[in-house]
Design a protein around this ligand. Sequence first.
Ligand code: UD1
Length: 430
Amino acid sequence: MEQYVIKGGNPLYGEVEIGGAKNAALPILAAATMANETVTIDNLPNVRDINVLLQAIEQIGAKVERVNEHKVKINGAYIRDLTVDNEFIRKIRASYYLIGALLGKYRETAVALPGGCDIGSRPIDLHKKGFCAMGADVDISHGLFKVKAYRLIGTHIYLDKVSVGATINIMMAAALAEGKTVIENAAKEPHVVDVANFLNSMGANIRGAGTDVIRIVGVQKLHKTEYSIIPDQIEAGTFMFAAAAAGGDVLVTNVIPKHLEATTAKLLEAGCEVEEFDDAVRVISNGKLRRTQVTTLPYPGFPTDMQPQMAVLLGIAEGTSTVTESIFENRFRYVDELTRMGANIKVESNIAIINGVPRYTGARVNAPDLRAGAALVIAGLAAEGVTVIDDIHYILRGYENLDGKLRELGANIELVTSEKELQKFILKVS
Ligand code: UD1
């Protein structure tokens, strides 16, 4: 039993350093298996999803050496098993990145169908469409995504919907395919660019990442490299919103401010002060927030992974705000939990209509998924009294030392593992 317990009401002050981007690190680890030489990856976030993927990579035979908690060396020369399946890999989303990587390198693989957070139906038809267009045969049966290609040939692929996963997966397979692949309506997220940069540092020929047309000329093989992953824009945004909701003055360091533009814009609209530096942003908030509107969109739009955190902020802003979720259909599962904390939110279709209340009140709540869980932590920090969050294993999938970093900023939060520890905390703060 792991829980976060929070005594709200402390404003946040100080500096917090952001780690590497989970959603860049996952495909980069998968892509690292494509070389038969040692690839060194730094600025790796030490979170559960990363460790599950590394374990799966090791299980198929690749050599994995954990240099320290943020650095790993991978050598794909020793891969002997092209079936990726274990009880843990089935639960994460990013298992699908091994499909593109191993299909590109070995022309065949069978990978357990991805799990991940329950935020919508999350189909993988566009990944399949891309692989099939390149000449692969796909068979989805017995819980496995099996794919095989006699020849993998570059082609034009139009993605009917902007998809981060499909863009990256097709890009990886195409890096070692024959000839030129063009991905149209590609995702432009910073992590798509980071994966392209990583593959190029291994000798791939990828142009246009960061625009909606990516051109990949296949090469014969990929070689060793040393690479440092970009900072996590969602972790950064989460701390920025925590400072905004709890009030205070926080410098969020080791970030790329350009990647945070949509997040920053919404904080300004909500009445916070935001200062940008070369590799840091400072958020100053007196805790008095204003209503605004937000719609999630593919990058450079407002990220769906910041939507629950935004709703938590607007839940205590003056007036009526709306949050429109346009990427995933089931991303308001935190609303019932937030209602227990006093929020006044009504969901109609994909729009949450939020009537701001003066404050949240501490309650016992469940984290329904990773980002919604982080949003509930923010609510707890801003709330009056004690909040206990269950099911925090979701949060631990994507945030490294969230409680420790918040404590450094003055928050009263602890990760407890037993009823005894929980009661001890409650006694201490009451
Ligand atoms: C990734 C991120 C997730 C983030 C999301 C959007 C990882 C591990 N996860 O998820 O945190 O919320 O990007 O930024 O990096 N779609 C299809 N068919 C497909 C693929 C996607 O219809 O084959 C749809 C999805 O249902 C969704 C939209 O496209 O409506 C975007 O999904 P996508 O960008 O692929 O998200 P993920 O890669 O699953």
